[in-house]
Design a protein. Structure first.
Length: 689
């Protein structure tokens, strides 16, 4: 039996989840994630350097800007990270230096009559042990510091990308289709590679002094080899990691989830709603507020956090065991000096191997940096991208504005969508005038240019030639923000935001979002009352929550406690297309409350509504007609055309006919033909047998 979705995290069915007596459930909060883990209960390349350097020269400016921006974000923490990296780069040099000292003491002891200087040898060994312990502790501590810096950098570039993408207009967006791969992680990853490369180059210079030729293994080769693999074996099996553990992961931090929801609004599918609703500043402000509340809480994958938060004891043990090969030869030299030889001692000199791997690391980091430079360049190019739709400098509405609504006039307008063929015009030489307060219905076949009117009159695009006059001025002269505050649009292309229903509606008029009287009235006018009655959380319901929820190695039907927890995770609330359209319509009615709307553009908003719902929506829109010019784009003639002041009949991007319903029927032209085709669908219906 399943668990009821009551919001509780406890399954209240009679059938209790099974749990193995050898396992236990551990719940952790790792940054923004809640993690439930099922744990077992137990006791204990080829590299062209010249070519690469030449390719870097073109990216020096980009890397300089990246470093300046990153250092500006967290200078003190970055200084600590850099110092730790320098320490790490010289760690092997110090260890080899101490190792050399140990070998010299042993070698001198073997060749001297006085024997080995035991005190000096022990002090040097202790110095090495102390250094290893300090390095291990410092490395463990630095992971937390680096995580904090990384979080700050990611937040900065999340903000950067959000603003850059939200400010793109539709034509610009069509010119930047390849930026979906860009993320805030790219600058941090590139900066990290640059830092690693810089410190590794320092290490190369230091390691060169310890270059020795490889020598053959001595008589103790088998034992020595076993001791050499002890460290990686301990690191692999003793360190805590959850990659192989059955687990349930859920992002539970509300500020992080809100940031994800707001950040998703930068995607192309919401662009029409964001621009026409003039919502850019609201989204930016709310995103920054959520980010501020989140603070420095880690957003790293929980698997990474779990590994980084492991006890330093394992690292200490592994580091200590790493010196077992050396300790072995020290012990042999003390207990049985005669078994040692210069060749055996020389075999301890691993600088050649270390240097080889260090060079490999430098080459790898250099190659990574070369690839990352182009991505960083692309990211910074987003900031420099100028919108194609230029802002004007004239305030709207002008002093001579009619209180009846917006006056619109198109003169010889030609327009083709970006990327379309030159001979394929969406509008081809269109001219007509709409008087303030008129209700205009635009009809025509698909692709005839109907919806293009709405996009041009709301300045989502600009004409290729000709002019659009709004209240006596070229539409391009008005400030975009002012113009869009005066326009309300309702379209079948408008989507629900991944926010609460209340916020989806309230965003029609962000300044009055907390006025529940206005929100409820908008719900009523949009016909969304019955929808809210179906939702457990009413207006607070998020229909499409952008959460992170998944299970790994967990089967929902296996009856375990983890399976029950997986089943309890938040589910998406499904509503029909028509119900979604009603909520979007409620947003438009909320927009009317600003008392600034002078022009309403309605583009096929009822495609998923039943006839009764469509009639109700159109009647409610007509009730709000006072002081507004209205344009309806529709395929269905019945509800609107008889109420229209004028009907615009489009064909192949041109105005085929223009007049009232009665006038166009009398002409028996294109409109007459289309009207009769629809009317015949309701006539001569064959009767049943």
């Amino acid at each position: 039996m399943g668990c009821a979705n009551t919001g509780s995290s406890v399954c209240s069915t009679d059938e209790k989840p099974k749990r193995s007596p050898r396992t236990r459930i551990e719940t952790l909060q790792l940054g923004v994630y809640r993690v439930m883990i099922e744990k077992r209960i137990s006791s204990t390349f080829t590299f062209d350097f010249t070519k690469t350097m030449e390719s870097w020269r073109g990216g020096i400016r980009v890397l300089t800007k990246l470093v300046e921006d990153t250092v500006r974000i967290a200078p003190a923490l970055l200084l600590i990270v850099a110092l730790v990296k320098v320490w790490e780069s010289h760690e092997e040099v110090v260890l080899l230096s101490l190792e050399n000292r140990i070998l010299r003491i042993i070698e001198n002891g073997l060749s001297s009559k006085d024997g080995i200087a035991v005190r000096a040898l022990i002090m040097t060994v202790l110095s090495r042990i102390i250094f290893v312990v300090c390095s291990s502790l410092m490395n463990h501590w630095s992971r937390d510091v680096q995580s904090r810096v990384r979080t700050k950098v990611l937040h900065h570039y999340d903000d950067f990308l959000l603003i850059a993408r939200l400010r793109m207009d539709l034509p610009t967006l069509q010119d930047n289709r390849s930026d979906d791969h860009l993320s805030a992680r790219i600058p941090w990853d590139t900066f990290t590679v640059l830092l690693e490369l810089s410190t590794k180059l320092f290490a190369v210079a230091s390691q060169l002094g310890f270059m020795f030729q490889t020598v053959r293994s001595g008589n103790h080769g088998i034992i020595f080899a076993a001791l050499c693999v002890a460290k990686p074996l301990i690191e692999n099996f003793a360190r805590q990691h959850m990659w192989s553990m059955p687990r349930v992961v859920e992002a539970t931090n509300t500020d992080y989830l809100r940031m994800r929801s707001l950040k998703s609004l930068e995607s192309k599918e919401y662009r029409l709603d964001i621009l026409s609703g003039n919502l850019i500043q609201y989204i930016i402000t709310e995103f920054r507020n959520a980010r501020k509340r989140l603070g420095e809480i880690s957003t790293d994958y929980p698997e990474t956090q779990y590994y980084n938060k492991s006890s330093p004891t394992t690292g200490l043990i592994a580091s200590f065991v790493g010196d077992f090969p050396l300790m072995y030869y020290v012990a042999i030299s003390l207990l049985n000096p005669s078994s040692m030889s210069l060749a055996t001692i020389a075999s301890l000199q691993q600088s050649a191997i270390l240097l080889r791997w260090l060079f490999w690391d430098v080459f790898y980091q250099a190659d990574s940096l070369r690839r990352d430079i182009s991505r960083i360049q692309h990211l910074y190019d987003l900031e420099k991208a100028n919108p194609i739709i230029k802002d004007g400098d004239v305030q709207y509405p002008p002093e001579n504005h009619s209180d009846k609504g917006m006056a619109l006039e198109l003169n010889h307008v030609l327009f083709s969508y970006p990327g379309s063929k030159e001979d394929k015009k969406a509008l081809d030489g269109v001219s007509f005038r709409i008087e303030p307060g008129e209700l205009i219905v635009i009809v025509g076949a698909n692709g005839s240019g109907k919806s293009t009117f709405v996009k041009l009159l709301t300045r989502l695009y600009d004409v290729n030639s000709g002019t659009i006059i709004v209240d006596g001025q070229d539409i391009r002269r008005y400030k975009l923000s002012d113009l869009r505050k005066s326009i309300a649009t309702l379209s079948q292309d408008h989507l629900l935001f991944p926010l609460s229903v209340e916020e989806n509606i309230g965003l029609g008029y962000p300044e009055a979002m907390t006025d529940m009287g206005l929100v409820n009235k908008a719900v009523e006018m949009g016909g969304a009352q019955e929808i809210l009655k179906k939702l457990n959380n009413g207006l607070k319901t998020v229909l499409d929550p952008l959460s992170i929820q998944y299970g790994s190695s967990v089967q929902e039907g296996d009856g375990t406690e983890l399976a029950a927890a997986l089943k309890q995770l938040q589910k998406k609330v499904e509503v029909s297309g028509g119900e979604r359209q009603r909520i979007v319509a409620a947003r438009t009615f909320m927009r009317f409350n600003s008392n600034q709307i002078k022009f309403v553009a309605v583009d096929e908003p009822s495609s998923a509504l039943d006839p009764e719902g469509e009639l109700q929506l159109f009647n409610n829109l007509r009730q709000k007609r006072a002081g507004k010019t209205m344009i309806f784009v529709t395929h269905r003639f019945g509800h609107l055309t008889k109420h229209a002041d004028k009907i615009l009949c489009m064909k192949d991007g041109k105005v085929a006919e223009y007049g009232s319903h009665a006038e166009l029927l009398t002409r028996k032209g294109e409109y007459y033909k289309m009207y009769n085709i629809q009317a015949q669908a309701f006539e001569n219906v064959p009767s049943g047998p």
